[in-house]
Every structure is written in structure tokens, then in C-alpha cells.
Design a binder for this molecule. Structure first.
Ligand code: GLN
Length: 470
């Protein structure tokens, strides 16, 4: 008889240990997660599809459905990719496979990763394991909710403007957006190529670091990748010698809920007790212009990336008498409201005569944001703030108001535009819901933010199991 496995508490690192000591087989582990999925996923809808049999001898993993998996349908949460089965693995899926990880399933996402709540998925929303009347965040809500609810030991997500960090914050787990160029985008359904980055979600900082070490590194199939510094699994429980910057605009923004502000302030005070040197700093233009800059660059790049869905190359086709009408009707029926909105915004911003006024201008602002962060990192090793201005919001609350939805990423977007790594760790509860602390590092500063995250995680002793599932 296999020992009972508490998937709600088992970390990936512990699961590796169980397999290595042969206390458990990969098949038993896979089965334990499938049983948990059978029990809880009708309510949470984290998965778009699961795999019955393990395809590796290692720990199972869930992949966001923008990550191409050979032989396994990959839809990016869109009807326009319904039935699309990649003939090839993405580089990250191949690296997981090479490390022996077995694919548990593909997780739900906002359509083409556009959104902050998973409500834009063409296949219905996911729900927050702490309170199923609330969203798990997005776009990677499926991956984050699955890890929180014990439906996967760890998962990969993708982050353009916050889609790993924000759902991790709202679901009470750890998520990392790596430095741009650290993880290959080859085989990832493209949203905004200058921003997209794949990264890990887990219950602990060490799990996230371990998964990063599996997927990171230069890839000849993605010329924007480089060999990043080797990942160091964090061990230190103090923060001696670490200089933490507290950007005023990211911590005192009026949109931040009081409960979120308090939990983050307590975590910063704790960091000081652990030996960190804490000081205030400023990122004025990053916060003021981050969101508008992002909503020019991301839709512009998306409008170009989404041009490939023409009814010929991928997915379903709506037949029509002419080629042009076929393309129009396929795109009209295949895309939901949010991708259509972004295609229109992006096409407009890139149209002849407007390029300099919009995309070109946004790129200049992006350079200012990069400069501002660079200056802050001359004085500090890492910058801390809330990840999300609010805790998980009710399903439906922002669905009809795109601008309110866009504001969910106010605090994550600036560092994404600057290409910097950011970690979200749970730092407490507000109104019974998790609050995320964002720790942003300099370019390739993952090991530093892992160190900060790990020491704080140990000291905070946050219980990642949602109260209602304990
Ligand atoms: N919510 C942001 C958007 O809709 C970020 C999404 C993401 O990081 N993929 O664009």
C-alpha cells in the first residue's frame, strides 16, 4: 500500500526526496494528484485537460496552456486554437521532460494570457481556492490555483505584465517572473514578444528556484536567451548585508487596500529584524507611466503576433465563399472580446503616421523606466512592494470594466517593462485572503531575490494551504 500523500502540503522538493528514497513511485504520485483533481477541480476549474498516465519517472508538473506540448492539445484559453495539437514540445516542456518531470495537465488561462482574473478564458473562469466566489488572478490563474489547492506540486506560467506574480499573490503561493532572456520562449504561444517570459509557481521559494534551474538557459531556438548565472538554492535564514529599497510610489499608491499595505509593511519590518538595511527610494515615472506604456507596447506586439491565426495555419476554420471572408469570419468567431480589443488598439498604435506618436513614444518611456530602475539598484539589492494592490476580487467584479482589470497589474508592470526578475511570496492575510510581497531584483539578480524570499518565508511561516481546505 502506498503511503497517504497530502498533496496540499507536499512540496516538490519533498516529492523529489520521496521518489529518490523509493518510498513512492512516480505513478503513485501522479495518481495522488489526479485524485485531488478529481475531488476539487470541478469547483476550481484549474485544468483544461489532464493526463491519465505519467510520462516520466519524476515529480508531476502542470503547464499553463500557452506552453506547447507535443501531442497534447494547447489552446491558450482560446477557441481559435481549439483542437490544436503541437507536433513539437516547447523548449521548456522539453526541458521538463528531459528532467523526468511528468505532465499532469494543462492549466487554464485568460485567452492568449490577456487578463488578470482568468475570466477571459474561452473555457470558463478558474476560481480561487481560498474563496471560490473570487478570482485566482490571471492570466495564469489555473497554475496558481492548482498549486494552492494541492492539484499540482508546482507549475509553469508565463508573465507579460504580471501573469505569474499576481495570481501567485492572490492564491497565496510563490511565483517568479525571471529576467527577460533567462527562459526560452520557443514554443510559447506569443502575446507580446519583448515582454513574455515563462516562470515557475510553487509552494516555496526553494521549489521555484529548483524549477527555474530546470528550464533556464540559452536556447538556440530563441535568440533572445542567454546563459544566466547558475541558480543557487537559498539556505540563509537571515538578511545580513542585504539592502532593501522601498519605492514610495509602489507602496503608497492610493489604490492599495489598507490590509495589503499593513501586511507588506509588517513583512518589511521583519526583513529589518532579519538584518536587512531598509531605505526608501523613488520610481516616479515607472508607476505613473508604466500602465499606459504597457498598454501600447503589449497590444502593438500582440496585434502582430495574433495575425497568424487566419484559419489556415492553426485550429478551426469558418468556411466562406472567399479567402478574405473565411479569414474574417474565423477570426471573428475564434477570438473573444479581449484579444479583439488588443488587436484593434495595437493595429491602431502601429498604423502609418501613428507609430512615432504611440509605439515609438512608449519605447522611449520604457527606456526611462529602465533607467529609473537602474539608478535604484545602484543603492539597493532588491526592491519590495505589494504584488497586487488588492486581495482576490469577486468573480465578475471587473469583468465588464477593462480599465479596472488593467489596474490589477499597476505594481507588477513597471519591473516587467524593465525586463527585471520579480518574485511574489505570500506575506500574510487581509480579510482572510492572501497578500503577496513583490521582491524585484536587478537583471539576473534571481539568486538575490531567492535569498530575500527564502529568509522572509521562513520567518513569516505563512501557511499556504487555504483555510477552508485544512
Ligand atoms: N494582465 C496583464 C494583461 O492583461 C498581464 C498579462 C500577462 O502577464 N500575461 O496584459
Amino acid at each position: 500500500m502506498a503511503p497517504a500523500i497530502d498533496t496540499l502540503r507536499l512540496t516538490a522538493e519533498e516529492a523529489v526526496g520521496l521518489l529518490e528514497r523509493r518510498e513512492l513511485s512516480a505513478a503513485e504520485l501522479h495518481r495522488a494528484y489526479l485524485d485531488a483533481i478529481g475531488e476539487r477541480d470541478d469547483e476550481l476549474h484549474c485544468y483544461l485537460r489532464t493526463l491519465e498516465e505519467p510520462d516520466g519517472e519524476g515529480v508531476p508538473i502542470a503547464l499553463k496552456d500557452v506552453i506547447s506540448t507535443k501531442g497534447v492539445e494547447t489552446t491558450a484559453g482560446s477557441r481559435i486554437l481549439a483542437g490544436y495539437v503541437p507536433v513539437k514540445d516547447s523548449t521548456v516542456a522539453a526541458r521538463c521532460r528531459a528532467a523526468g518531470l511528468s505532465l499532469l495537465g494543462k492549466t487554464n488561462t485568460d485567452e492568449f494570457a490577456m487578463g488578470s482574473s482568468t475570466e477571459n478564458s474561452a473555457y470558463g473562469p478558474s476560481r480561487n481556492p481560498w474563496d471560490p466566489t473570487r478570482v485566482p488572478g490571471g492570466s495564469g490563474g489555473g497554475s496558481a490555483a492548482a498549486v494552492s489547492a494541492g492539484l499540482a506540486p508546482w507549475a509553469l506560467g508565463s508573465d507579460t505584465g504580471g501573469s505569474i506574480k499576481q495570481p501567485s499573490a492572490l492564491c497565496g503561493n510563490v511565483g517568479l517572473r525571471p529576467t527577460y532572456g533567462t527562459v526560452s520562449r520557443s514554443g510559447i504561444v506569443a502575446f507580446a514578444s519583448s515582454l513574455d517570459q515563462v516562470g515557475p509557481v510553487g509552494k516555496t521559494v526553494r521549489d521555484v528556484a529548483l524549477l527555474l534551474s530546470i528550464v533556464a538557459g540559452r536556447d538556440p531556438d530563441d535568440s533572445t536567451t542567454v546563459d544566466s548565472p547558475p541558480v543557487e538554492l537559498p539556505t540563509a535564514e537571515d538578511l545580513t548585508g542585504i539592502r532593501l529599497g522601498v519605492p514610495r510610489e509602489l507602496n503608497e499608491h492610493p489604490g492599495i487596500e489598507p490590509g495589503v499595505r499593513e501586511a507588506v509593511a509588517r513583512a518589511i519590518a521583519l526583513a529589518e529584524e532579519l538584518g536587512a538595511e531598509v531605505g526608501e527610494c523613488e520610481l516616479p515615472r515607472s508607476v505613473e507611466y508604466g500602465l499606459p506604456c504597457y498598454y501600447l507596447i503589449a497590444p502593438a506586439e500582440a496585434s502582430s503576433n495574433l495575425a497568424r491565426y487566419d484559419g489556415v495555419r492553426y485550429g478551426p476554420r469558418v468556411d466562406a465563399p472567399s479567402y478574405r471572408e473565411m479569414v474574417e469570419r474565423t477570426r471573428d468567431e475564434g477570438f473573444g472580446a479581449e484579444p479583439k480589443r488588443r488587436i484593434m488598439l495595437g493595429t491602431y498604435a502601429l498604423s502609418a503616421g501613428y507609430y512615432d506618436a504611440y509605439y515609438g513614444q512608449a519605447q522611449k518611456v520604457r527606456t526611462l523606466i529602465i533607467e529609473e530602475h537602474r539608478a535604484a539598484f545602484e543603492r539597493f539589492d532588491a526592491l519590495v512592494s505589494p504584488t497586487s494592490p488588492t486581495v482576490a476580487f469577486p468573480v465578475g467584479e471587473r469583468a465588464a470594466d477593462p480599465l479596472a482589470m488593467y489596474a490589477s497589474d499597476l505594481l507588477t508592470i513597471p519591473s516587467c517593462l524593465a525586463g527585471l526578475p520579480g518574485l511574489s511570496i505570500p506575506c500574510g492575510l487581509a480579510d482572510g485572503l492572501p497578500v503577496g510581497l513583490q521582491v524585484v531584483g536587478p537583471q539576473f539578480g534571481e539568486n538575490t531575490i531567492f535569498r530575500v524570499g527564502h529568509a522572509l518565508e521562513r520567518a513569516l511561516a505563512f501557511d499556504t494551504v487555504p483555510e477552508r481546505l485544512r
